[in-house]
Design a protein around this ligand. Structure first.
Ligand SMILES: Cc1ncc(COP(=O)(O)O)c(C=O)c1O
Length: 496
Protein backbone atom coordinates (compact mmCIF):
# COMPACT_ATOMS: atom_id res chain seq x y z
CA UNK A 1 0.00 0.00 0.00
CA UNK A 2 1.62 3.28 -1.08
CA UNK A 3 0.93 6.62 0.54
CA UNK A 4 3.11 9.68 0.30
CA UNK A 5 3.62 10.73 3.87
CA UNK A 6 6.84 11.60 5.62
CA UNK A 7 8.15 8.73 7.75
CA UNK A 8 9.46 9.41 11.24
CA UNK A 9 11.68 6.42 12.01
CA UNK A 10 12.31 5.49 15.63
CA UNK A 11 15.78 6.33 16.82
CA UNK A 12 17.48 6.91 20.18
CA UNK A 13 16.61 10.60 19.90
CA UNK A 14 12.89 9.90 19.70
CA UNK A 15 12.86 7.47 22.62
CA UNK A 16 10.78 8.57 25.55
CA UNK A 17 8.88 11.05 23.37
CA UNK A 18 5.48 10.57 21.83
CA UNK A 19 6.29 8.37 18.84
CA UNK A 20 4.10 7.36 15.95
CA UNK A 21 2.50 4.01 16.71
CA UNK A 22 4.57 2.17 14.17
CA UNK A 23 7.83 3.29 15.82
CA UNK A 24 7.66 0.38 18.20
CA UNK A 25 7.81 -1.98 15.21
CA UNK A 26 10.83 -0.35 13.56
CA UNK A 27 14.43 -1.45 13.95
CA UNK A 28 17.32 0.33 12.29
CA UNK A 29 19.45 -1.81 9.97
CA UNK A 30 22.44 -1.34 12.27
CA UNK A 31 20.61 -2.29 15.49
CA UNK A 32 21.91 -5.40 17.18
CA UNK A 33 20.07 -8.65 17.92
CA UNK A 34 19.15 -7.70 21.49
CA UNK A 35 17.62 -4.39 20.38
CA UNK A 36 15.41 -6.30 17.97
CA UNK A 37 14.47 -8.92 20.59
CA UNK A 38 13.44 -6.30 23.13
CA UNK A 39 11.44 -4.32 20.58
CA UNK A 40 9.66 -7.42 19.34
CA UNK A 41 8.71 -8.27 22.94
CA UNK A 42 7.62 -4.75 23.84
CA UNK A 43 5.36 -4.27 20.83
CA UNK A 44 3.52 -7.46 21.75
CA UNK A 45 3.56 -8.96 18.23
CA UNK A 46 6.91 -10.76 18.32
CA UNK A 47 8.37 -9.10 15.22
CA UNK A 48 10.02 -5.92 13.94
CA UNK A 49 10.41 -4.29 10.53
CA UNK A 50 13.99 -3.42 9.65
CA UNK A 51 14.61 -0.14 7.81
CA UNK A 52 17.70 1.46 6.28
CA UNK A 53 19.12 4.88 7.09
CA UNK A 54 16.64 6.41 4.60
CA UNK A 55 13.74 4.74 6.40
CA UNK A 56 13.06 2.33 3.52
CA UNK A 57 11.86 -1.14 4.44
CA UNK A 58 14.57 -3.83 4.25
CA UNK A 59 12.66 -6.76 5.69
CA UNK A 60 11.01 -8.31 8.68
CA UNK A 61 12.49 -10.09 11.65
CA UNK A 62 10.44 -12.38 13.85
CA UNK A 63 11.19 -13.63 17.36
CA UNK A 64 11.13 -17.11 15.86
CA UNK A 65 14.13 -16.18 13.70
CA UNK A 66 15.82 -14.33 16.54
CA UNK A 67 15.50 -17.37 18.82
CA UNK A 68 17.27 -19.45 16.19
CA UNK A 69 19.99 -16.79 15.94
CA UNK A 70 20.51 -16.89 19.71
CA UNK A 71 20.72 -20.67 19.70
CA UNK A 72 23.39 -20.38 16.98
CA UNK A 73 25.34 -17.92 19.16
CA UNK A 74 24.93 -14.98 16.78
CA UNK A 75 24.71 -12.65 19.77
CA UNK A 76 28.42 -13.34 20.42
CA UNK A 77 29.40 -11.01 17.60
CA UNK A 78 27.61 -7.86 16.54
CA UNK A 79 24.94 -9.31 14.29
CA UNK A 80 22.77 -6.56 12.86
CA UNK A 81 19.05 -6.59 12.34
CA UNK A 82 19.69 -6.09 8.60
CA UNK A 83 21.79 -9.28 8.45
CA UNK A 84 19.05 -11.29 10.13
CA UNK A 85 16.00 -9.79 8.45
CA UNK A 86 14.09 -11.80 5.89
CA UNK A 87 13.43 -9.76 2.72
CA UNK A 88 9.91 -8.43 2.70
CA UNK A 89 9.10 -10.35 -0.48
CA UNK A 90 9.65 -13.60 1.47
CA UNK A 91 7.49 -12.51 4.41
CA UNK A 92 5.30 -15.17 5.93
CA UNK A 93 1.70 -14.65 4.79
CA UNK A 94 0.59 -15.42 8.35
CA UNK A 95 2.30 -12.34 9.85
CA UNK A 96 -0.16 -10.71 12.25
CA UNK A 97 0.96 -7.21 11.32
CA UNK A 98 2.28 -5.67 8.08
CA UNK A 99 4.07 -2.41 7.28
CA UNK A 100 2.43 0.33 5.23
CA UNK A 101 4.98 2.13 3.03
CA UNK A 102 5.00 5.38 1.08
CA UNK A 103 6.03 5.80 -2.55
CA UNK A 104 9.71 5.68 -1.49
CA UNK A 105 9.25 2.36 0.28
CA UNK A 106 9.47 3.99 3.71
CA UNK A 107 7.36 2.58 6.52
CA UNK A 108 4.72 5.07 7.55
CA UNK A 109 2.42 2.92 9.63
CA UNK A 110 1.51 -0.66 10.35
CA UNK A 111 -1.69 -2.56 9.71
CA UNK A 112 -3.19 -5.42 11.67
CA UNK A 113 -4.02 -8.63 9.80
CA UNK A 114 -6.57 -10.59 11.71
CA UNK A 115 -7.09 -13.67 9.65
CA UNK A 116 -3.41 -14.39 9.05
CA UNK A 117 -2.60 -16.32 12.22
CA UNK A 118 -4.69 -17.73 15.03
CA UNK A 119 -5.72 -15.11 17.55
CA UNK A 120 -5.71 -16.98 20.86
CA UNK A 121 -8.21 -16.18 23.58
CA UNK A 122 -5.30 -15.34 25.92
CA UNK A 123 -1.59 -14.66 25.60
CA UNK A 124 1.08 -13.81 28.13
CA UNK A 125 2.16 -10.17 27.80
CA UNK A 126 5.94 -10.26 28.24
CA UNK A 127 8.15 -7.21 27.78
CA UNK A 128 11.87 -6.53 27.88
CA UNK A 129 11.54 -6.08 31.66
CA UNK A 130 10.57 -9.72 32.19
CA UNK A 131 13.38 -10.84 29.87
CA UNK A 132 16.01 -8.78 31.70
CA UNK A 133 14.87 -10.05 35.12
CA UNK A 134 14.81 -13.61 33.87
CA UNK A 135 18.35 -13.37 32.48
CA UNK A 136 19.48 -11.82 35.74
CA UNK A 137 17.95 -14.66 37.77
CA UNK A 138 19.46 -17.22 35.40
CA UNK A 139 22.92 -15.67 35.56
CA UNK A 140 22.75 -15.47 39.34
CA UNK A 141 22.50 -19.31 39.24
CA UNK A 142 19.70 -19.09 41.84
CA UNK A 143 17.33 -20.95 39.59
CA UNK A 144 15.55 -23.09 42.20
CA UNK A 145 13.36 -21.92 45.04
CA UNK A 146 15.79 -19.67 46.91
CA UNK A 147 16.60 -16.20 45.64
CA UNK A 148 16.01 -12.48 45.96
CA UNK A 149 13.26 -12.41 43.34
CA UNK A 150 11.10 -14.79 45.38
CA UNK A 151 11.37 -12.60 48.47
CA UNK A 152 10.72 -9.45 46.42
CA UNK A 153 7.72 -10.97 44.63
CA UNK A 154 6.21 -12.25 47.88
CA UNK A 155 6.61 -8.95 49.70
CA UNK A 156 5.56 -6.66 46.83
CA UNK A 157 2.61 -8.74 45.68
CA UNK A 158 1.23 -9.23 49.21
CA UNK A 159 1.61 -5.47 49.85
CA UNK A 160 -0.26 -4.77 46.61
CA UNK A 161 -3.28 -6.69 47.94
CA UNK A 162 -2.93 -5.15 51.37
CA UNK A 163 -1.71 -8.28 53.11
CA UNK A 164 1.49 -8.61 55.11
CA UNK A 165 2.76 -12.07 54.12
CA UNK A 166 3.11 -13.76 50.75
CA UNK A 167 3.93 -17.44 50.23
CA UNK A 168 4.79 -18.07 46.58
CA UNK A 169 3.89 -21.49 45.20
CA UNK A 170 4.29 -23.51 42.02
CA UNK A 171 0.74 -22.74 40.81
CA UNK A 172 -2.67 -21.49 41.88
CA UNK A 173 -4.00 -24.99 42.47
CA UNK A 174 -1.38 -25.95 45.03
CA UNK A 175 -1.73 -22.56 46.71
CA UNK A 176 -5.38 -23.43 47.42
CA UNK A 177 -4.27 -26.88 48.57
CA UNK A 178 -1.58 -25.36 50.80
CA UNK A 179 -4.00 -22.91 52.41
CA UNK A 180 -6.54 -25.66 53.13
CA UNK A 181 -3.84 -27.94 54.58
CA UNK A 182 -2.35 -25.15 56.70
CA UNK A 183 -5.81 -24.34 58.12
CA UNK A 184 -6.19 -28.00 59.05
CA UNK A 185 -9.10 -28.73 56.70
CA UNK A 186 -9.51 -32.48 56.17
CA UNK A 187 -11.82 -35.51 56.34
CA UNK A 188 -15.25 -34.78 57.83
CA UNK A 189 -15.03 -31.07 56.96
CA UNK A 190 -17.23 -29.25 54.47
CA UNK A 191 -15.98 -26.41 52.29
CA UNK A 192 -18.42 -24.09 50.54
CA UNK A 193 -17.39 -23.66 46.89
CA UNK A 194 -19.25 -21.99 44.01
CA UNK A 195 -20.68 -24.35 41.43
CA UNK A 196 -19.32 -22.15 38.64
CA UNK A 197 -15.55 -22.03 38.88
CA UNK A 198 -12.49 -23.67 37.40
CA UNK A 199 -12.25 -27.23 38.71
CA UNK A 200 -9.12 -26.53 40.79
CA UNK A 201 -11.24 -24.81 43.46
CA UNK A 202 -13.17 -28.02 44.18
CA UNK A 203 -10.37 -30.48 43.38
CA UNK A 204 -8.15 -29.13 46.14
CA UNK A 205 -10.96 -29.60 48.68
CA UNK A 206 -11.31 -33.23 47.59
CA UNK A 207 -7.53 -33.71 47.71
CA UNK A 208 -7.34 -32.68 51.38
CA UNK A 209 -10.09 -35.24 52.09
CA UNK A 210 -12.88 -32.71 52.72
CA UNK A 211 -16.25 -32.37 50.99
CA UNK A 212 -16.97 -29.51 48.58
CA UNK A 213 -20.49 -28.14 49.10
CA UNK A 214 -21.41 -26.68 45.74
CA UNK A 215 -23.47 -23.51 45.94
CA UNK A 216 -25.20 -21.79 43.03
CA UNK A 217 -23.87 -18.41 41.97
CA UNK A 218 -25.74 -15.12 41.97
CA UNK A 219 -27.22 -14.08 38.59
CA UNK A 220 -25.80 -10.56 38.88
CA UNK A 221 -22.35 -10.96 40.44
CA UNK A 222 -21.73 -14.50 39.07
CA UNK A 223 -20.14 -15.24 42.47
CA UNK A 224 -21.55 -16.83 45.61
CA UNK A 225 -23.76 -14.57 47.75
CA UNK A 226 -23.75 -14.50 51.54
CA UNK A 227 -27.42 -15.62 51.51
CA UNK A 228 -26.70 -18.69 49.37
CA UNK A 229 -23.74 -19.57 51.58
CA UNK A 230 -25.83 -19.19 54.74
CA UNK A 231 -28.36 -21.72 53.39
CA UNK A 232 -25.53 -24.22 52.80
CA UNK A 233 -23.85 -23.95 56.23
CA UNK A 234 -24.05 -27.12 58.37
CA UNK A 235 -22.34 -28.11 61.62
CA UNK A 236 -19.56 -29.65 59.49
CA UNK A 237 -18.82 -26.46 57.53
CA UNK A 238 -15.31 -25.21 58.33
CA UNK A 239 -14.46 -22.78 55.54
CA UNK A 240 -15.93 -20.71 52.71
CA UNK A 241 -14.08 -20.45 49.40
CA UNK A 242 -15.53 -17.55 47.38
CA UNK A 243 -14.18 -17.30 43.83
CA UNK A 244 -14.01 -13.91 42.10
CA UNK A 245 -15.12 -15.22 38.73
CA UNK A 246 -13.90 -13.51 35.54
CA UNK A 247 -12.64 -10.49 37.51
CA UNK A 248 -16.00 -9.89 39.25
CA UNK A 249 -15.59 -9.43 43.00
CA UNK A 250 -17.73 -11.50 45.38
CA UNK A 251 -19.44 -9.53 48.18
CA UNK A 252 -16.63 -10.06 50.68
CA UNK A 253 -17.85 -7.77 53.47
CA UNK A 254 -21.07 -9.77 53.77
CA UNK A 255 -19.29 -13.12 53.38
CA UNK A 256 -16.75 -12.27 56.08
CA UNK A 257 -19.52 -11.09 58.46
CA UNK A 258 -21.32 -14.37 57.94
CA UNK A 259 -18.10 -16.36 58.43
CA UNK A 260 -17.47 -14.55 61.70
CA UNK A 261 -20.99 -15.28 62.96
CA UNK A 262 -20.55 -18.98 62.22
CA UNK A 263 -16.90 -19.23 63.25
CA UNK A 264 -15.75 -20.19 59.75
CA UNK A 265 -12.51 -19.55 57.90
CA UNK A 266 -12.55 -17.73 54.56
CA UNK A 267 -10.20 -18.61 51.70
CA UNK A 268 -10.61 -16.30 48.71
CA UNK A 269 -9.76 -17.79 45.32
CA UNK A 270 -8.51 -14.71 43.48
CA UNK A 271 -6.99 -16.56 40.50
CA UNK A 272 -9.08 -14.61 37.97
CA UNK A 273 -9.30 -11.17 39.53
CA UNK A 274 -5.94 -9.59 40.35
CA UNK A 275 -6.55 -5.93 41.15
CA UNK A 276 -10.34 -6.11 41.66
CA UNK A 277 -11.79 -4.37 44.71
CA UNK A 278 -14.87 -4.58 46.90
CA UNK A 279 -15.97 -1.83 49.32
CA UNK A 280 -12.78 0.03 48.41
CA UNK A 281 -10.49 -2.82 49.47
CA UNK A 282 -8.46 -5.11 47.22
CA UNK A 283 -9.87 -8.58 46.85
CA UNK A 284 -7.49 -10.97 48.55
CA UNK A 285 -7.31 -8.68 51.60
CA UNK A 286 -10.54 -9.82 53.28
CA UNK A 287 -9.94 -13.39 54.25
CA UNK A 288 -7.78 -15.54 56.55
CA UNK A 289 -5.83 -16.44 53.45
CA UNK A 290 -6.27 -15.67 49.77
CA UNK A 291 -4.90 -17.57 46.80
CA UNK A 292 -3.74 -16.21 43.43
CA UNK A 293 -2.74 -17.96 40.20
CA UNK A 294 -0.07 -16.69 37.82
CA UNK A 295 -0.73 -19.16 34.99
CA UNK A 296 0.11 -17.79 31.53
CA UNK A 297 -3.48 -16.70 30.83
CA UNK A 298 -3.81 -14.70 34.05
CA UNK A 299 -3.70 -10.91 34.48
CA UNK A 300 -0.11 -11.16 35.63
CA UNK A 301 1.84 -14.33 35.01
CA UNK A 302 4.94 -16.24 36.00
CA UNK A 303 4.30 -19.02 33.46
CA UNK A 304 3.10 -21.39 36.16
CA UNK A 305 2.86 -19.97 39.65
CA UNK A 306 0.66 -19.01 42.55
CA UNK A 307 0.69 -17.26 45.89
CA UNK A 308 -1.06 -17.41 49.25
CA UNK A 309 -1.35 -14.10 51.06
CA UNK A 310 -2.33 -13.60 54.68
CA UNK A 311 -2.07 -11.18 57.57
CA UNK A 312 -1.51 -13.98 60.07
CA UNK A 313 2.23 -14.55 60.75
CA UNK A 314 1.73 -18.04 62.25
CA UNK A 315 -0.31 -19.14 59.28
CA UNK A 316 2.32 -17.74 56.90
CA UNK A 317 5.09 -19.66 58.71
CA UNK A 318 3.06 -22.84 58.65
CA UNK A 319 2.36 -22.47 54.92
CA UNK A 320 6.08 -21.89 54.28
CA UNK A 321 6.96 -25.01 56.25
CA UNK A 322 4.33 -27.17 54.51
CA UNK A 323 5.41 -25.77 51.14
CA UNK A 324 8.92 -27.04 51.84
CA UNK A 325 8.22 -30.71 52.73
CA UNK A 326 7.11 -29.82 56.28
CA UNK A 327 10.74 -29.09 57.14
CA UNK A 328 11.60 -26.74 59.98
CA UNK A 329 13.34 -23.67 58.55
CA UNK A 330 15.79 -23.62 61.47
CA UNK A 331 16.59 -27.36 61.45
CA UNK A 332 17.57 -28.90 58.15
CA UNK A 333 16.03 -32.28 57.32
CA UNK A 334 13.84 -32.17 60.42
CA UNK A 335 10.25 -32.69 59.32
CA UNK A 336 7.50 -31.64 61.70
CA UNK A 337 4.80 -32.87 59.28
CA UNK A 338 4.60 -34.70 55.98
CA UNK A 339 4.58 -31.61 53.77
CA UNK A 340 4.72 -30.90 50.06
CA UNK A 341 7.05 -29.46 47.49
CA UNK A 342 4.88 -26.54 46.41
CA UNK A 343 7.72 -24.05 45.87
CA UNK A 344 8.05 -21.40 43.16
CA UNK A 345 11.40 -20.95 41.45
CA UNK A 346 13.44 -17.75 41.45
CA UNK A 347 13.15 -17.80 37.63
CA UNK A 348 9.35 -17.68 37.84
CA UNK A 349 9.46 -14.98 40.52
CA UNK A 350 11.79 -12.84 38.39
CA UNK A 351 9.09 -12.73 35.70
CA UNK A 352 6.47 -12.04 38.36
CA UNK A 353 8.39 -9.01 39.69
CA UNK A 354 8.44 -7.41 36.24
CA UNK A 355 4.77 -8.24 35.64
CA UNK A 356 3.80 -6.73 38.97
CA UNK A 357 5.44 -3.43 38.00
CA UNK A 358 3.36 -3.46 34.80
CA UNK A 359 0.14 -4.62 36.45
CA UNK A 360 -1.71 -1.28 36.21
CA UNK A 361 -0.90 -1.01 32.49
CA UNK A 362 -1.97 -4.60 31.90
CA UNK A 363 -5.27 -3.98 33.70
CA UNK A 364 -5.85 -0.79 31.70
CA UNK A 365 -5.15 -2.62 28.44
CA UNK A 366 -7.71 -5.31 29.34
CA UNK A 367 -10.31 -2.68 30.23
CA UNK A 368 -9.71 -0.96 26.88
CA UNK A 369 -10.28 -4.25 25.05
CA UNK A 370 -13.48 -4.84 27.01
CA UNK A 371 -14.73 -1.31 26.25
CA UNK A 372 -14.14 -1.92 22.51
CA UNK A 373 -16.18 -5.13 22.60
CA UNK A 374 -18.99 -3.35 24.43
CA UNK A 375 -19.02 -0.54 21.88
CA UNK A 376 -19.04 -2.96 18.94
CA UNK A 377 -21.41 -5.67 20.19
CA UNK A 378 -23.71 -4.01 22.71
CA UNK A 379 -26.45 -3.18 20.19
CA UNK A 380 -26.49 -6.63 18.64
CA UNK A 381 -29.77 -8.35 19.63
CA UNK A 382 -29.10 -11.62 21.42
CA UNK A 383 -25.67 -10.65 22.77
CA UNK A 384 -25.73 -9.91 26.48
CA UNK A 385 -22.85 -8.44 28.48
CA UNK A 386 -22.34 -9.27 32.17
CA UNK A 387 -24.85 -7.39 34.32
CA UNK A 388 -23.59 -4.10 35.74
CA UNK A 389 -22.47 -4.26 39.37
CA UNK A 390 -23.11 -1.79 42.18
CA UNK A 391 -20.42 0.80 42.89
CA UNK A 392 -19.26 -1.32 45.83
CA UNK A 393 -17.84 -3.76 43.28
CA UNK A 394 -14.79 -2.67 41.27
CA UNK A 395 -14.30 -5.51 38.79
CA UNK A 396 -11.33 -5.98 36.49
CA UNK A 397 -11.32 -7.51 33.03
CA UNK A 398 -9.72 -10.94 33.02
CA UNK A 399 -11.48 -12.23 29.92
CA UNK A 400 -14.14 -10.19 28.19
CA UNK A 401 -17.37 -12.16 28.47
CA UNK A 402 -20.70 -12.25 26.65
CA UNK A 403 -23.77 -14.45 26.95
CA UNK A 404 -25.64 -15.79 23.93
CA UNK A 405 -28.26 -18.49 23.53
CA UNK A 406 -26.87 -22.03 23.98
CA UNK A 407 -27.95 -22.90 20.41
CA UNK A 408 -26.00 -20.04 18.88
CA UNK A 409 -22.84 -20.38 20.94
CA UNK A 410 -21.31 -23.28 18.98
CA UNK A 411 -22.11 -21.51 15.69
CA UNK A 412 -20.30 -18.37 16.82
CA UNK A 413 -17.31 -20.34 18.10
CA UNK A 414 -17.12 -22.27 14.81
CA UNK A 415 -17.46 -19.17 12.61
CA UNK A 416 -14.76 -17.33 14.56
CA UNK A 417 -12.51 -20.37 14.50
CA UNK A 418 -12.82 -20.46 10.70
CA UNK A 419 -11.63 -16.87 10.73
CA UNK A 420 -8.68 -17.86 12.96
CA UNK A 421 -10.16 -16.32 16.09
CA UNK A 422 -10.30 -18.42 19.24
CA UNK A 423 -13.42 -18.02 21.39
CA UNK A 424 -13.91 -20.17 24.47
CA UNK A 425 -17.08 -21.41 26.13
CA UNK A 426 -17.26 -20.74 29.88
CA UNK A 427 -16.15 -23.46 32.26
CA UNK A 428 -18.76 -26.14 32.91
CA UNK A 429 -20.92 -26.09 36.03
CA UNK A 430 -19.21 -28.45 38.49
CA UNK A 431 -22.45 -30.24 39.41
CA UNK A 432 -22.92 -31.37 35.80
CA UNK A 433 -19.59 -33.23 35.53
CA UNK A 434 -18.79 -36.86 36.44
CA UNK A 435 -15.93 -35.91 38.79
CA UNK A 436 -18.33 -34.07 41.11
CA UNK A 437 -21.46 -36.20 40.70
CA UNK A 438 -21.51 -37.22 44.36
CA UNK A 439 -21.44 -33.55 45.41
CA UNK A 440 -23.90 -32.32 42.76
CA UNK A 441 -26.66 -29.90 43.72
CA UNK A 442 -29.26 -28.07 41.68
CA UNK A 443 -27.51 -24.89 40.53
CA UNK A 444 -29.64 -23.37 37.74
CA UNK A 445 -27.80 -20.03 37.45
CA UNK A 446 -24.44 -21.71 37.23
CA UNK A 447 -25.78 -24.13 34.60
CA UNK A 448 -27.32 -21.33 32.54
CA UNK A 449 -24.15 -19.21 32.59
CA UNK A 450 -22.04 -22.25 31.74
CA UNK A 451 -24.30 -22.98 28.76
CA UNK A 452 -24.41 -19.40 27.43
CA UNK A 453 -21.06 -17.83 28.27
CA UNK A 454 -18.29 -17.03 25.84
CA UNK A 455 -14.82 -15.69 26.63
CA UNK A 456 -13.60 -13.33 23.92
CA UNK A 457 -9.90 -12.91 23.05
CA UNK A 458 -8.47 -10.48 25.58
CA UNK A 459 -4.90 -9.40 24.92
CA UNK A 460 -2.84 -6.56 23.49
CA UNK A 461 -3.35 -8.03 20.03
CA UNK A 462 -7.05 -7.16 20.17
CA UNK A 463 -7.43 -3.73 18.61
CA UNK A 464 -10.39 -1.98 16.98
CA UNK A 465 -9.83 -3.92 13.75
CA UNK A 466 -9.98 -7.27 15.50
CA UNK A 467 -13.06 -6.25 17.44
CA UNK A 468 -14.68 -5.01 14.22
CA UNK A 469 -14.00 -8.32 12.56
CA UNK A 470 -15.44 -10.29 15.47
CA UNK A 471 -18.48 -7.98 15.45
CA UNK A 472 -19.06 -8.67 11.74
CA UNK A 473 -18.91 -12.43 12.31
CA UNK A 474 -21.35 -12.09 15.21
CA UNK A 475 -23.68 -10.00 13.01
CA UNK A 476 -23.60 -12.59 10.22
CA UNK A 477 -24.27 -15.54 12.52
CA UNK A 478 -26.91 -13.76 14.58
CA UNK A 479 -28.84 -12.65 11.50
CA UNK A 480 -29.54 -16.23 10.41
CA UNK A 481 -33.30 -16.91 10.86
CA UNK A 482 -32.72 -19.83 13.26
CA UNK A 483 -30.37 -17.67 15.31
CA UNK A 484 -32.89 -14.83 15.52
CA UNK A 485 -35.59 -17.18 16.84
CA UNK A 486 -33.27 -18.79 19.37
CA UNK A 487 -31.97 -15.40 20.56
CA UNK A 488 -35.46 -14.06 21.01
CA UNK A 489 -36.40 -17.10 23.09
CA UNK A 490 -33.18 -16.75 25.09
CA UNK A 491 -33.80 -13.09 25.85
CA UNK A 492 -37.42 -13.75 26.80
CA UNK A 493 -36.58 -16.63 29.12
CA UNK A 494 -33.91 -14.60 30.85
CA UNK A 495 -35.98 -11.45 31.23
CA UNK A 496 -33.58 -9.37 29.08
C1 LIG B 1 -10.72 -19.85 39.79
C2 LIG B 1 -9.43 -20.58 39.62
N1 LIG B 1 -8.89 -21.21 40.67
C3 LIG B 1 -7.73 -21.88 40.58
C4 LIG B 1 -7.04 -21.95 39.40
C5 LIG B 1 -5.80 -22.77 39.32
O1 LIG B 1 -4.65 -22.04 39.03
P1 LIG B 1 -3.41 -22.73 38.31
O2 LIG B 1 -3.77 -22.97 36.90
O3 LIG B 1 -2.31 -21.72 38.49
O4 LIG B 1 -3.11 -23.99 39.04
C6 LIG B 1 -7.55 -21.30 38.28
C7 LIG B 1 -6.82 -21.36 36.99
O5 LIG B 1 -7.29 -21.15 35.93
C8 LIG B 1 -8.77 -20.60 38.38
O6 LIG B 1 -9.32 -19.97 37.33
Amino acid sequence: MNVSTQIIPSSPTTQGQQRPDHGEFICQATDGLWVAIEKALDNGFGLVFVVGADGALIGQLTLHRMRAALRDGLHLRHTTAAELAAPWEEADAALPIVPVTDSHGRVISVERRVSASLLPVAEPDLSRNELRNLLDAFLSTWISSTGDYILEFESHFSARVDMTHGVATSNGTVSLHLALAALGIGPGDEVIVPDLTFAASANTVIHVGARPVLVDVDPVTWCVSAEAIERAVTPRTRIIMPVHLFGRPAPMTEICDLAQRHGLFVLEDCAEAHGARYDGRPIGSFSDVASFSFFANKIITTGEGGMCVTRNPELASRMKMLRDHGMRPDRRYWHEEAGFNFRMTNLQASIGCAQLQRMDDLLAMRDRVDASYRAALADLPGVVFPPPLSSRHEPVTWFSCVLVSPEIRPLLIKACREANIDLRPFVNALSTMPAYRRFARKCPVSERLAACGINLPTSRKVDENVVGRIARIFEQVMSMPAAIASSEAFLRENGM
